[in-house]
Ligand binder design. Structure first.
Ligand SMILES: [Zn+2]
Length: 110
């Protein structure tokens, strides 16, 4: 796979209809227009839904749109998001036992 992919939706930037005229170096013209990201939130599920809707609006099949939305989850923009979520869920699943450290306090009277 080419490295030249949109960091938000994984679309090859070579397929961007605006080509090198796109506004952002790392994002395609679908994700980044008018000086901002089309979806600015941090919820990857919402982003996927917005992406599917946008692709269907452009005349793509819903199955195809869902497939690309599935791939988009692996985009750099969402990678960190996912890993922090995983870390969070691991933290809530694994409840660390409270380790009571018996101090080595000196009982010596000075
Ligand atoms: Zn994109």
């Amino acid at each position: 796979m080419s490295k030249d992919m949109c960091e938000s939706c994984m679309m090859p930037l070579s397929k961007d209809p605006k080509g090198s005229q796109r506004e952002h170096e790392k994002y395609c013209s679908y994700c980044f227009t008018d000086g901002k990201l089309c979806y600015e939130g941090n919820d990857v599920k919402e982003f996927k839904k917005a992406m599917v809707d946008a692709m269907v609006d452009r005349g793509e099949g819903r199955m195809k749109a869902r497939f690309f939305a599935f791939l988009a989850v692996f985009a750099p923009r969402w990678k960190n998001k996912l890993s922090t979520d995983e870390q969070k869920s691991q933290k809530t699943m694994i409840k660390p036992r409270q380790i009571i450290m018996h101090g080595t306090k000196s009982t010596k009277k000075i």
